[in-house]
Design a protein around this ligand. Structure first.
Ligand code: AMP
Length: 234
């Protein structure tokens, strides 16, 4: 990946929507390097931090998270708006409307159309990226993914194979496949994503800020995404 950076001419308030395994994390990292004014906020990370700290919000969210359910919208909105405020991203103008000059990528939020509507009252999102990789490709990528449990190093036998098959490059210890990497689990996850993302995508389609990008790998997607952000914001 190129290390060239670009400055934004106007605030970019971005959301990436994509199935699990599509590489949202990878694209976010690359965007943060390419556009240094961007910051990212992950609702999952914020929630886990609150759970760890045993904050009142964390205690309320914990049960839902442990059961693999979404936490209630009111909690997540409280969390996001207090994070925006603490970062100084929300300013109140004389007519008391809220505005933001910050540029950011939100990760994991909004997850539902209702959350998207609430977010609009806080800061209107102006670019929504739908990352698309065919499910069959995602599944084959998962099937070839091996990890070194103690360090969290991830290998992929198709494009990032360990030097010695089945062994970690650094320690030489055996690699394993995570139990939750089973294809059946992933098929269910992808199916659930299709169902739950539909209303969210429709919401942003109606608002006219949805843009779709397709690729079989992150490397195919990144250049298209960079170019579109530069076209819109630089
Ligand atoms: P993640 O790391 O994004 O997968 O989030 C971990 C967990 O946090 C999810 O399984 C949910 O329980 C909760 N969570 C994260 N973001 C949201 C959200 N936008 N709305 C509701 N619950 C969320």
């Amino acid at each position: 990946m190129t290390l060239t950076t670009r400055l934004l001419n106007k605030a970019a308030r971005i959301i990436l929507i994509g199935a699990p395994g599509v590489g949202k994390g990878t694209q976010t990292e690359r965007l943060l390097s390419r556009f240094p004014e961007l910051a990212s906020i992950s609702s999952g990370d914020l929630l886990r931090e609150n759970v760890r700290k045993k904050s009142p919000l964390g205690l309320k969210a914990e049960t839902a998270m442990q059961a693999g359910n979404l936490v209630p919208d009111s909690l997540i909105l409280e969390l996001i708006s207090s994070e925006f405020k603490s970062k100084g991203w929300l300013s109140t103008s004389p007519d008391s409307s809220i505005s933001s000059n910050a540029s950011f990528i939100l990760d994991g939020f909004p997850r539902t159309a209702a959350q998207a509507s609430s977010l609009e009252t806080l800061v209107p999102i102006n670019f929504v990226v739908q990352l698309v990789t065919p499910p069959a490709i995602i599944l084959s990528r998962i099937a070839s993914r091996w990890i070194h449990e103690p360090s969290g190093r991830v290998y992929n036998i198709d494009f990032n194979a360990p030097q010695v098959p089945g062994k970690d490059d650094v320690t030489g210890e055996p690699l394993t496949q995570r139990e939750d990497d089973s294809i059946e689990t992933w098929k269910q996850r992808l199916h659930k994503f299709e169902e739950t993302s539909r209303a969210l995508l429709e919401h942003y389609e109606r608002k006219g800020c949805l843009w779709r990008v397709e690729g079989n790998t992150s490397d195919e997607i990144s250049p298209q995404l960079f170019a579109e952000i530069e076209r819109r914001f630089c």
